[in-house]
Design a protein around this ligand. Structure first.
Ligand SMILES: [Zn+2]
Length: 58
C-alpha cells in the first residue's frame, strides 16, 4: 500500500500530471496518457517502457 505522501509527490513521467492509485490492481493510472504504472513491493515503477496501456474504450 502506498502512503499518501508518496502518492502526492508522484506524477506521470510523460505529462507530469497527477496519478490515480488503483488499489484493486496496484497500479498508478494516468488518465491523460492512458497509461498504468505498476506498483511492485510498494515501489512505483515509473518507467514509460514498463507502463501498461489503459483500455477504456468501452
Ligand atoms: Zn500522463
Amino acid at each position: 500500500m502506498l502512503g499518501k505522501e508518496l502518492l502526492d509527490v508522484l506524477c506521470c513521467p510523460v505529462c507530469r500530471g497527477d496519478l490515480f492509485y488503483a488499489k484493486e490492481v496496484s497500479e498508478l493510472h494516468c488518465k491523460k496518457c492512458r497509461l498504468a504504472y505498476a506498483v511492485k513491493d510498494d515501489i512505483a515503477v515509473m518507467l514509460v517502457e514498463e507502463a501498461r496501456k489503459l483500455d477504456d474504450s468501452k
